[in-house]
Design a protein around this ligand. Structure first.
Ligand SMILES: [Zn+2]
Length: 195
C-alpha cells in the first residue's frame, strides 16, 4: 500500500486526487476524491450526487506556452469545490498553476467546470514576472501568486508560486529590490476567489 492508496476502495490514486481525512478518533485516512465524495454525500444527505470525472485540459498562457490541468472535485456539504492542478515533478512539486472554485449546485458540475475554465483563462492571460537579462523582474506593478510550503525552510519561510513558477522567498525579495523605496499593499485572497 502506497501513501496514495485509497483505504476505502484500494485505488492507487495520483497525489493531487487524494485527500487526508481526520476520523472521529483523530487518526487520518487517505481517500480518493470519489470515495470522499460518496461518504460526504451520505453524511450531508446530498441526493442525486454523482462524482464528476473530468479529463485534463490544456490551456495556453499569455506567452503561448501550453499548460495541462488535472481536476479534483470535492463535495463540502452542499458546496462543490473544483480544483485544477498543473502537475509539477520532483522537488518542484509545489510549483505549477493551481485554481479553485466553489459552486453552490453540486449536481451541476459541468457548469462549475465552465466557470473555472473561464477563471483559469483570465488568470493565465496575465504574466507577472518577466525575464530580462537573465533575471526575473516584475512585469508591471502587480504580482499575483500563491504562498506555498518550502521544504528547505521547514515551514519557517514560504516560497511563492507566480505564473506557475516557484520562487524562493529570498529570490522574491531580490526581485522586489527593483522597487526600493516604493510602497506596497499586500492583500491575501482565498483560493476560491478571484485575485
Ligand atoms: Zn477510493
Amino acid at each position: 500500500m502506497t501513501a496514495n492508496t485509497c483505504v476505502r476502495c484500494g485505488a492507487v490514486t495520483p497525489p493531487h486526487d487524494v485527500i487526508s481525512v481526520a476520523s472521529a478518533d483523530g487518526a487520518f485516512r487517505v481517500l480518493c476524491s470519489r470515495c470522499f465524495n460518496i461518504e460526504m454525500a451520505h453524511l450531508a444527505d446530498v441526493r442525486a450526487f454523482e462524482h464528476p470525472e473530468f479529463t485534463p485540459v490544456r490551456l495556453p498562457d499569455g506567452d503561448g506556452v501550453v499548460h495541462e490541468f488535472h481536476f479534483r472535485s470535492l463535495l463540502f456539504g452542499d458546496q462543490l469545490s473544483l480544483e485544477a492542478f498543473e502537475l509539477a515533478s520532483g522537488d518542484e512539486d509545489c510549483a505549477g498553476f493551481h485554481f479553485q472554485l466553489l459552486g453552490d449546485r453540486p449536481s451541476e458540475p459541468f457548469e462549475l467546470l465552465g466557470d473555472l475554465v473561464q477563471k483559469m483563462k483570465r488568470a493565465l492571460a496575465v504574466t507577472h514576472l518577466v525575464e530580462r537579462a537573465g533575471r526575473l523582474e516584475i512585469a508591471e506593478t502587480t504580482v499575483r501568486g500563491r504562498i506555498e510550503w518550502d521544504d528547505n525552510e521547514n515551514g519557517r519561510l514560504p516560497c511563492v508560486v507566480v505564473d506557475g513558477r516557484r520562487v524562493d522567498w529570498a529570490d522574491f525579495g531580490a526581485i522586489l529590490m527593483a522597487f526600493e523605496g516604493w510602497r506596497f499593499r499586500l492583500e491575501l485572497v482565498d483560493p476560491g476567489d478571484e485575485t
